[in-house]
Design a protein around this ligand. Structure first.
Ligand SMILES: Cc1cc2nc3c(=O)[nH]c(=O)nc-3n(C[C@H](O)[C@H](O)[C@H](O)COP(=O)(O)OP(=O)(O)OC[C@H]3O[C@@H](n4cnc5c(N)ncnc54)[C@H](O)[C@@H]3O)c2cc1C
Ligand code: SF4
Length: 481
């Protein structure tokens, strides 16, 4: 019975309380959910065979000690499970919610590979840390001594926040600069609330502030404050600015009203969930309610856009992708979720023009077929001649991925070397860029990646930076706490 209730409300209940039936108030929901979660976590944890070849652990970017915290959870020793889990992961409850586990830990569980269904590692990680928050076991940084060294971090996404946490715990003075009004990066304004509740991110931001991290928000570095000024203020700097340049479609009508960028659509939706007033949502431009929505792309951002459109009350939602289901970059789990929610996937199709004069009314598209493998080994899509058709649309969302912005120009620092993809070039032995004392982490180094990799980078860069600071300023005095 409890399981049915959980499954019935899992999609809408977490961040959309107004959509819960009036007879199920939050307290009722939480009680049922908590009861279910306790039993489920213990049951799932006890399924771990303690196989001795923990592929789950090696395929987790943080090398979380999964078998140990599963065993402790099965034994009901949750606080110890939490201690082990948080020793390698700065935000376990966030990874538990949004890691693509089917490609990482769970996809490599030996029980899964023997055909018996994976241990639900991500859900258990979330459960352990949510319980730790409820029980007051999650503590802000309380360094044994305050150090005089100061670090400036540009970008308050998971990479920058993970680095800040590690550095503060070592007593370093940390200031984070971010162009947005709230910290969290894509955790706050990219990933939708039905996958990652915003209060989960907010409590982490608050905890960092409580631990002594200073946030300078609404500060667009390169516009409001120069990169040089930040370098001048701090002993070392981390760039963790992510990747925000939307890949564009070259087709007639692409600049018209109603042909919108995924990041704008998702940011507007997330802002609304904070209760902000968002003009472009209010005037309908970035609001899918009642509309025929077409999303273009096959990655996780596209999946977030189709599922957000459904939740906003779109009339219909179609997803156009130029390859087939087997060759799409997004998670198969997400596609399945989207299909169950009513999204129609139009595989092997690509837009050739956007129709409409004052605003978009349709998408002209062509069928694609898969040709020979390209340099990446994937079969390259090519148009099928004579296959063009039109489908109606009054909101088109472009979700083709992101590239880095031109940081050397934005920061007025031509000495910052970049790769041919525009990501920052770092020395992988110490994560330092080509500019002395300037380190980099997260998507701005890897290209668009995953939260768990940004956390890993943030933790690693903090270690390297700590070594750099100690070598550079061995005689700097620790300041009184
Ligand atoms: C829609 C969407 C959904 C995703 N879903 C998932 C998912 O489900 N699971 C998953 O693992 N990953 C997901 N990802 C990827 C994941 O969000 C990123 O890999 C991760 O957030 C990268 O972290 P980061 O710290 O490098 O950068 P970001 O999270 O992008 O943070 C960078 C921060 O830098 C700030 N910044 C940039 N330039 C400046 C400047 N000049 N001055 C000041 N501040 C600046 C930005 O405002 C931002 O806050 C998703 C990405 C998108 C776009
Ligand atoms: S951090 Fe991600 S990959 Fe690692 S155990 Fe947790 S859910 Fe799995």
């Amino acid at each position: 019975m409890a399981k049915q209730v959980m499954l019935k409300f899992t999609d809408v209940a977490r961040d959309m309380p107004e959509k819960r039936p009036p007879d199920l108030r939050r307290t009722d929901f939480d009680e049922i959910y908590a009861e279910y979660a306790d039993a489920k976590a213990a049951e799932q944890s006890s399924r771990c065979s303690q196989c001795g070849v923990p592929y789950c652990q090696t395929h987790c970017p943080l090398h979380n000690n999964i078998p140990d915290w599963l065993r402790l959870t099965a034994e009901g020793r949750l606080q110890e499970a939490y201690e082990i889990s948080q020793a390698t992961n700065t935000f376990p409850e966030i990874c538990g919610r949004i890691c693509p586990q089917d490609r990482l830990c769970e996809g490599n569980c030996v029980i899964e590979q023997s055909g018996h269904g994976t241990v639900t590692i991500g859900s258990i990680e979330k459960y352990i840390t949510d319980t730790a928050w409820e029980q007051g076991w999650v503590k802000p940084a309380a360094p044994r001594e305050e150090r005089a060294e100061s670090v400036g971090i540009i970008g308050a996404g998971p990479g920058g926040l993970a680095a800040a946490d590690m550095l503060r715990r070592a007593g370093v003075q940390v200031t984070i600069y971010d162009r947005y009004d709230r910290a969290g990066g894509l955790l706050t304004y990219g990933i939708p609330g039905f996958k990652l509740e915003k209060d989960v991110v907010e409590r982490r931001n608050a905890q960092l502030a409580e631990g002594g991290v200073t946030f300078e928000l609404n500060c667009d570095v390169g516009v409001d404050l120069s990169f040089g000024a930040i370098r001048g203020k701090h002993d070392a700097v981390i760039i963790a600015t992510g990747v925000y340049k939307t890949r564009e479609i070259e087709a007639p009508g692409v600049g018209g009203f109603g042909v919108e960028r995924a990041i704008d659509f998702l940011t507007a939706s997330n802002r609304k969930s904070f209760g902000d007033s968002v003009d472009e949502f209010e005037n309908g431009r970035l609001n899918a309610a009642g509309k025929k929505v077409v999303v273009i792309g096959g990655g996780d951002t596209a999946m977030d856009c189709v599922r957000t459109s459904i939740r906003q009350g779109a009339k219909s939602v179609r997803c156009l992708y130029r390859r087939d289901r087997e060759n799409m970059p997004g998670s198969q789990r997400e596609v399945q979720n989207a299909e169950e929610e009513g999204v129609e996937f139009v595989w092997l199709s690509a837009p050739v023009a956007f129709e409409g004069t004052e605003k978009v009314t349709g998408v002209k598209m062509t069928r694609m077929r898969l040709g020979q493998p390209d340099a990446s080994g994937r079969r390259a899509p090519e148009p099928e001649p004579g296959s063009e058709t039109s489908i109606p649309a009054d909101l088109v969302i472009k979700a083709l991925g992101y590239d880095p912005e031109d940081l050397p120009v934005m920061f007025g620092e031509p000495g910052l070397a970049v790769t041919r993809w525009g990501t920052l070039r770092v020395d992988h032995r110490n994560m330092m860029t080509s500019v002395d004392g300037v380190f980099a982490a997260g998507d701005i180094v890897r290209g668009a990646s995953l939260v768990v990799w940004a956390i890993r980078d943030g933790r690693d860069v903090a270690d390297h930076m700590h070594a750099y600071l100690r070598a550079k300023t061995p005689k700097k005095q620790a300041v009184a706490a």
